[in-house]
Ligand binder design. Structure first.
Ligand SMILES: [Mg+2]
Length: 398
């Protein structure tokens, strides 16, 4: 049988249910349906199963577990008729059927009249209703990509349960749906990672700011929602509740669009983000050049005439260039210890980004004391304070 969309139909407590059907006074009572010789339990009602009775158990053991249970020899002839009747009903719908035992069948849903049902949950429910209506017996239905999974699924919710371990109908989609495991693992790993970050931050004594806690919470919620989605998919919840699935789909879609639009307003478009990043790079470059100019002055007590003089193959220093245009930054000497560095910026520096760029060296005298800039061309004048950055005294050579 192909490994796609297999349904397993299993009559609940078959021999016991046949006895109950014949004698409704047994309904709701612990009942042991016994084999021919009467020494073995071949089926037990769910009231008896609740006490620990298992199929195939010796009657003596069963009595110990459930002393008040009603014992009846199974009606094999009636059970056989019921089995044949169920098989006829199933065969009318699904030609590719495989009988596993007197009360269990595998169906290849691809051979169903009308093709694979769009709503597998509804199909399972219809099948259960049809058998109940015709035979007054309940069945559990399991649907999965393989017979093993289908059988496990039918056993998952008994009695009269329906479990689907694939979320879609077509073989292609089925292939996707039968692989939720990596996604669940990824969601689970994200949750664990998120909690580890929270814990290590807490244990290392770092300040747990509100922003950090909110970030952890958002990651936890998103990963948790993803995890629950895949679990629900595995349990067939979305298939059984298509209305809710549609509602969740739409809600998530709207939420994602809202988040993207809000993101544009809060952090800017990707183009703006790139411009901010390039501006930051330019400021970093200017800081680096400035440090080298100061070092040069400390070494030689004069400013370099051009930036090219700062290139030093021994220390592997190479003067950075504008990352956007590829051209050199503008450098100008304004005095013995004064110089100017210029660059073209895309945007105005905001307060937050400027905070991290407050110049540390050299101390500027009366001019720009940080790297805040407007959009467009901007020059930063610097004057070296020789008291703070004194010339490096070289040992006298004799
Ligand atoms: Mg059964």
């Amino acid at each position: 049988m192909p490994a796609c969309c297999i349904a397993h139909i299993d009559v609940d407590a078959f021999f016991a249910s046949v006895l109950v059907r014949a004698d409704p006074s047994l309904q709701g009572k612990p009942l042991l349906a016994l084999g021919m010789g009467g020494g073995c339990v071949i089926a037990a009602s769910y009231e008896a199963k609740a006490k620990g009775i298992k199929t195939g158990m010796r009657l003596l053991d069963a009595r110990k577990l459930c002393p008040g249970a009603i014992e009846r020899i199974s009606d094999f002839a009636e059970a056989c008729r019921a089995s044949v009747h169920i098989e006829e009903i199933l065969a009318r719908e699904c030609p590719a059927m495989e009988k596993m035992s007197v009360d269990e069948w595998f169906l290849d849903l691809r051979t169903l009249v009308g093709g694979i049902p769009e709503d597998l949950g509804a199909w399972a429910l219809d099948t259960q209703c049809m058998i109940r209506r015709h035979l007054d017996l309940t069945v559990s239905v399991g649907i999965g990509p393989t017979k093993t999974l289908a059988k496990m699924a039918s056993e998952y919710r008994k009695p009269a349960g329906a479990t689907i371990v694939i979320g879609t109908q077509s073989p292609a989609k089925n292939h996707e749906a039968s692989r939720p495991e990596p996604s669940r693992r990824a969601a689970g790993a994200t949750i664990v990672g998120d909690l580890i970050v929270l814990l290590t931050t807490f244990l290392s004594g770092e300040e747990l700011t509100l922003a950090f806690l909110l970030k952890v919470l958002v990651v936890l919620l998103v990963a948790g929602a993803g995890f629950m989605h895949f679990m629900a998919d595995l349990w067939g919840y979305w298939v059984q509740n298509p209305g809710r699935a549609r509602m969740v789909n739409w809600s998530v879609g709207v939420l994602v669009i809202f988040a993207i639009i809000a993101g544009f307003f809060i952090v800017g478009t990707p183009g703006q983000a790139r411009e901010y990043r390039l501006d930051q790079q330019k400021v970093n470059d200017l800081q680096s050049i400035q440090s080298q100019v100061v070092y040069y002055w400390q070494q030689k007590q004069k400013l370099p005439a051009t930036l090219a003089e700062l290139n030093d193959p021994l220390s592997y220093y190479s003067v950075p260039v504008d990352p956007q245009t590829g051209s050199a930054y503008t450098y100008q000497v304004n005095g013995a210890r004064s110089f100017e560095l210029c660059a073209e910026f895309n945007t105005k520096s905001d307060g937050i980004s400027a905070k991290g760029r407050v110049v540390t060296m050299p101390v500027a005298l009366g001019t720009n004391d940080n790297w805040q800039h407007a959009a467009g061309g901007q020059c930063f004048s610097r004057t070296i304070d020789p008291e703070r950055y004194p010339p490096i005294i070289k040992p006298v050579q004799y």
